[in-house]
Design a protein around this ligand. Structure first.
Ligand code: FES
Length: 76
């Protein structure tokens, strides 16, 4: 899978977002449907964003707080 070892920092806008959890999207941090076409067994994580703010979205696939980065990528 195409996971990275760091989060994606994004200045998010309000709305309903679907974040990629499989690492295969070509439109990270958002889901582009690749989880299905590549049969990853993963599904996107929906989040309702109430107000504009900066997020660190997990791109290592190991967070315990999906879709947010929880620092797991940097732990040994
Ligand atoms: S493309 Fe990764 S969860 Fe949909």
């Amino acid at each position: 899978m195409a996971y990275e070892n760091s989060p994606i920092i994004i200045d998010e806008t309000p709305g309903i977002k679907n974040y990629c959890t499989c690492g295969e999207s070509n439109n990270k941090p958002y889901c582009d449907g690749s989880h299905s076409s590549k049969a990853t067994g993963k599904t996107p994580k929906e989040l309702i964003v109430d107000e504009a703010r900066r997020f660190a979205i997990c791109d290592c696939g190991k967070t315990e707080n999906s879709p947010m980065c929880d620092g797991t990528h940097s732990k040994a």
